[in-house]
Each structure stands twice: as C-alpha cells, then as structure tokens.
Ligand binder design. Structure first.
Ligand SMILES: *[C@@H]1O[C@H](CO)[C@@H](O)[C@H](O)[C@H]1NC(C)=O
Ligand SMILES: *[C@@H]1O[C@H](CO)[C@@H](O)[C@H](O)[C@H]1NC(C)=O
Length: 450
C-alpha cells in the first residue's frame, strides 16, 4: 500500500471513529479561543481561526456560531477580521463580545502595524456582525493581549487582559473608553498558585483570562503554565479580588499546547468551552473548539473537567418540519461554509462522501413524507442520501441534485421519505461522480403532509 493509500485509510478510520463524536463542535474550519455568550435564548460562540495546514500562528479573522441545544451549531460566518481594524497587521487572537445599550462590543487583541500587541473594540447593532472599528485605534495598548469583560450589577464594566502580566481597567458606560488608570494585578502565589522552574513567572497565571460572577463569587479562569498549558482558576469577593487560587479546571490534554476557557450557564446547566487539536490534522496551530457540561460543587468550586469526544447532552430536539440551515451542524466531514447569494450562509466544497450530522431530530410518530433541499450546482450535481443513525445507517430518502446552471442559480429539489419516525440523528451524505464540488447547499426541510 502506498503512502497516499495509507493516509487515505487512516483518514477513513479516523472519520469512522469521529462519527459518534460531537466534539470538536466546529469542523468546517480550525477554531480557537472560545468566547460563549447567552443572548435571546441562544448561545452565541465567538472563536478565532487557525488556517488549514498552519505550522505557526496565522490568525486573520473571527467566527460566530450559535445554538439553542448545545449540540447543533449554526454558522453565522465572519463577524470581524484584521481588515476591520485599519491599524492591524496580524494576530487575530482571543476576543470576547458583550452586549450593552442594544449594541454588541467585540474586544479583540491584535498586533499593530508597529509590531506591538494592543486591544481594539468593534461595535455592531447585530450580534452576528458585521462589527466596525469603534475607535479607529486601540482601546488599550501595552503590548499585552487576551481581553475579557464583565459588567457588574451597578453597571460598572471591567476589562481584564494580559500575558505575561494581568491587568484591568474600568470601562465607561460607552464601552469604548475608560476611566482611571490601568491597574496591574499583583500575581501572588496565594492568588494564582505557584509554578516551579520559571523565575520570571512564579505563579501559574499565563494568559487568556475569563472573568465572571456567579452566586456572589467572582471567578477568574485562565490558561496556566506554559507550555503545555492547563486551565486553572481563582475566586474573589469582588471584581478586583483579592484573588484566592483554587486549582485546576482542565488538565493538559488533547494535542494543543495552548488552551482557552469560556464559561456560561445556559438552560439550567453550566458549560465549559476550550480548545484542543482533536480534528484530523489537529495540532497546537490547528486547534478546535469543544464544550463540556459540568456541575459546580456546592461551595461554588469548579470540578476538574476532562476533555471528551461526546460533549454535553442535547437540550430538547431539533424540528425538521421548519426550514433548517444547511450550516446548522452537529458534526461534518469534508465541508466548508461561505456567504450565500440568497442571504446568510451556505455549505460549500461538497465532495462525494462528505456528510453533515444533525443531532436529535424529532420526526414524530407519523414520520416524514418528503425532504426538500435548496441547492445550486455549477457542475452536474450529485445526490443527497438521507440516513438515520450513522453515515451507513438506514437510508430513508435519496434526492437527486442536477446541475442548475450556476453556483448562484438556486433550485429546491425534493424526494419522498419513508421510515423516518421518532427522534433520530440525521445524516445527510453527499455522493456524486464528479471530482470537484458537487453543489452548494443553503437549507433543508422535511414535510409530514400525507
Ligand atoms: C442579524 O443579522 C442576521 C443575518 O446575519 C439576520 O438574520 C438577523 O435578522 C439580524 N438581526 C437583527 C436583530 O437585525
Ligand atoms: C431548557 O430548554 C427546554 C427545551 O427548550 C425547555 O423546555 C426548558 O424549560 C428549559 N429549561 C430551563 C431551566 O431553562
């Protein structure tokens, strides 16, 4: 067997292993530095991006995804990139979005054209963007990075950031200016634990702080020790401490020498977001965002959380009888997404044997009768196999996609369905004889009409 054949077989086996998995939660790009936010009944997840095949940090844009069930994630595209900020040169690193006054503020670390790191702020009326540069220059500029923001109940907002130090400043109500001086947090071993063998960095604090308040306790969670990093945390009685070191949240695991925390409560459950190198081709420079659910201990401490391939349980089910975006995905293989000529996003680079998994689809007892898909094909098209349970599971429909005469010439194809009842994991498997892109895919919908 040649090397190419061995590599192909290895990918197939890996693909087969990953079919049961839902972590990493983004597969269409390598994703980094998760910053989740609960808004209007959904979780919005902002990430960075590692370019395919990267062997160093080559990060140029951010992405945003959302989910109401914590397993199927809708891709909303690129809300901001280096080109949003005229003074940016490189390093679209770990950002966070917070809502205020009906607007959304996106705090991002960027390398300036002058070469130093700074923190900029984007603003948008829409959570999914596009964000524009609110200032035309950095908000803070001390050659450190990784911002996190919290607004307390008096309305005072705090911006924390830093590597190798930890800093904070009070943001004004406008969220794009600050009052008072930038304050350097004293990194004591009582506050941040002790690291051995690094005289420059006596505490475990490294980078990527994530600040929040829960049940009257303030939490500062951060990437610790380098490298490889793990995730640790400290708690305090106020937003500015004093901080008490509390230990490890997530041990070093999973093929990436960095990690980054993001924590939310949603629908009565607590979730921990992080990144690793678990996708095929994954490494410290081709990372992927994952999520786990967890339960706080009764004293408010955080248990040690392990990386898994399963991720959290689904909240509720997905309704197949309303239009669902093709880019709403629990897991996928071989696909990319891009903006759609009909609005929103579409699935692209569909080749034979690629697939989309959508988890927990509630077909009901009557079951589905027809399947519709919105497609455009500049080539001769292909087929969509509608399967249940796995890529080789029960075939309940096959839809033929013919050439539509262009990649922005859309058609709705439909085909009869039989045997799709109950709640099932849906697999849309694409096949075709062409070697290029078979078609583009905007949305799908089942019908249960007789
Ligand atoms: C935000 O933008 C999306 C498209 O990206 C659109 O579907 C949505 O309606 C917008 N929301 C608001 C509140 O304007
Ligand atoms: C969680 O979501 C489910 C399904 O949408 C809903 O029925 C339930 O009320 C929610 N629970 C909480 C605690 O928000």
């Amino acid at each position: 067997m040649g090397r190419t054949a061995i590599a192909a077989l290895a990918l197939l086996l890996l693909g087969a292993l990953l079919v049961g998995a839902d972590n990493p939660i983004i597969q269409t790009v390598y994703s980094t530095d998760p910053a989740p936010m609960v808004y209007d009944g959904r979780v919005y997840l902002f990430t960075g991006q590692d370019e395919d095949g990267s062997t160093n940090y080559n990060m140029r844009r951010w992405h945003v995804y959302s989910s109401a069930d914590m397993v199927n994630w809708q891709d909303h595209g690129v809300p901001a990139s280096l080109s949003t900020f005229s003074w940016a040169k490189a390093n679209a690193w770990a950002g966070q979005v917070v809502p205020r006054n009906g607007k959304f503020y996106f705090y991002v670390p960027i390398q300036r054209t002058s070469g130093s790191m700074a923190i900029g702020v984007g603003v948008s009326d829409n959570i999914t963007g596009p964000y524009r540069d609110a200032l035309g220059k950095p908000l803070v500029d001390n050659n450190e990075f990784d911002p996190t923001v919290w607004i307390d109940e008096t309305g005072q907002a705090y911006l924390y950031w830093g590597n190798p130090n930890l800093w904070y400043v009070k943001l004004n109500q406008d969220m794009i200016s600050y009052s008072g001086s930038v304050t350097k947090v004293q990194l004591t071993t009582a506050g941040f634990g002790s690291r051995s063998g690094n005289a420059q960095k006596p505490t475990t604090y490294e980078e990527g702080p994530w600040i929040y308040k829960r049940n009257n306790l303030w939490y500062l969670v951060y990437a610790a020790n380098c490298c490889s990093e793990d995730i640790r945390y400290s708690t305090g009685p106020s937003v500015t401490g004093p901080w008490t070191y509390r230990g490890v949240v997530m041990p070093t695991q999973g093929k990436s020498f960095t990690n980054h925390p993001g924590i939310i409560d949603f629908n009565g459950t607590s979730y921990f977001f992080y990144h690793n190198g678990a996708l095929p081709g994954g490494s410290g420079y081709t990372r992927s965002v994952c999520v786990e659910s967890f339960v706080y201990n009764s004293d408010g401490t955080i248990p040690t959380i392990q990386m898994t391939t399963n991720g959290p349980k689904q909240i509720g089910t997905l309704d197949p009888y309303v239009r669902q975006e093709a880019e709403t995905i629990a897991f996928s293989s071989g696909l990319k997404t891009e903006t759609c000529s009909e609005g929103g996003m579409q699935v692209s680079q569909i080749n034979s044997n690629d697939y989309i998994k959508v988890k927990g689809v509630a077909f009901g007892t009557e079951g589905a009768k027809t399947f519709q898909a919105r497609v455009a094909s500049a080539s001769s098209g292909g087929k969509i196999e509608v399967r249940l349970g796995s890529t080789s599971g029960t075939l309940v429909a096959t839809c033929t996609v013919s050439g539509t005469g262009g990649s922005t010439t859309w058609a709705t194809v439909s085909c009869p369905v039989s045997g799709a009842t109950g709640t099932q994991d849906l697999f849309l498997r694409f096949t075709g004889s062409g070697s290029g892109e078979l078609f583009k895919f905007n949305w799908w919908k089942f019908d249960n009409a007789a």
